[in-house]
Design a binder for this molecule. Sequence first.
Ligand code: TMP
Ligand code: ASP
Length: 234
Amino acid sequence: MRKLDKIYEGKAKILYTTEDPDLLIQYFKDDATAFNAQKKGTILEKGVMNNQIATKIFENLTSVGVETHFVKHLNEREMLVKKVEIVPIEVIIRNRAAGSLCRVLGLTEGLQLACPTLEFCYKNDSLGDPLINEYHIRALGLATDEEMKTITKMAFAINEHLKKFFLDLKIELIDFKLEFGRYKGDIILADEISPDTCRLWEVGTGNKLDKDRFRRDLGNVEDAYKEVLRRVTK
Ligand code: TMP
Ligand code: ASP
C-alpha cells in the first residue's frame, strides 16, 4: 500500500492517506513528549518498538473479539489502519494508583484500587486534555450516550484482556489510555497501545517499563521499551 498525503501529525505518530479511502498508514515517530508537550525528547528506536508492540497487542485483542483499527504491520515504523473518525475523548483505566491520580487524590503510588477506575479527558491540546465526565460529553456533543456505553464496556473488557496478556509476560498493567473511533457505524479501538500509553511494572521488582522513565528522568528509557518488546515478541 502506497503512502499518499500526510493528513495528521501528532506528538508520536503521523497518518497518511493511501489509495484506499478506508485505510490509512500510521507511522510511529521516536519523538516523546510529556506534560502536554512542555517536556520534549527523543527515545531512540521508540517508533520501531512501539509499532511492533502495538501490533502484538492489537493482534491479541483481535483474537479475543475486540474490534480495532489495526489491519496489518507494514514495515519497521508503519502499520495499516482503518480510517476512523476519532472520538475526541481519552479513556483512562487504572488498576493501581499512579501519575495524575496520586497527584489529584493524594494517594501513594502503587496503591491497589478496590476496582478498576474509568476517567475521560477531552482530547484538546490547547486546553491540556482536561478531565471531563459523561455530562460534559453529552452537553458538548462529543459522543452519544450509546457510543459512551459501548466505549465504557469495551474499555473494561480491554483491561481484563490486557491484564492477562501482560501478566503472562510477568508485567503488571497499572493503567493505560485508549482512544476510540467511528468506522462504518461502529465504535472501534484506535490509536496505539504501547509503553507510551500504559504504565507497565515488572512483576516482582516493580521496575517501571514505560514512559514514566522519560517523564520522570529515571534513566534506561530505551532499555525499558526494549524489554517490553522482547517479552511481547517472545
Ligand atoms: P496520568 O496518570 O498522567 O493521568 O496517565 C494515565 C495513563 O494514561 C498512563 O498510562 C499514561 C497515559 N497517558 C497517555 O497515554 N497520554 C496522555 O496524554 C496522558 C496524560 C496519559
Ligand atoms: N503524551 C502527552 C504529552 O505530551 C503526555 C504524556 O504522555 O505524559 O503531552
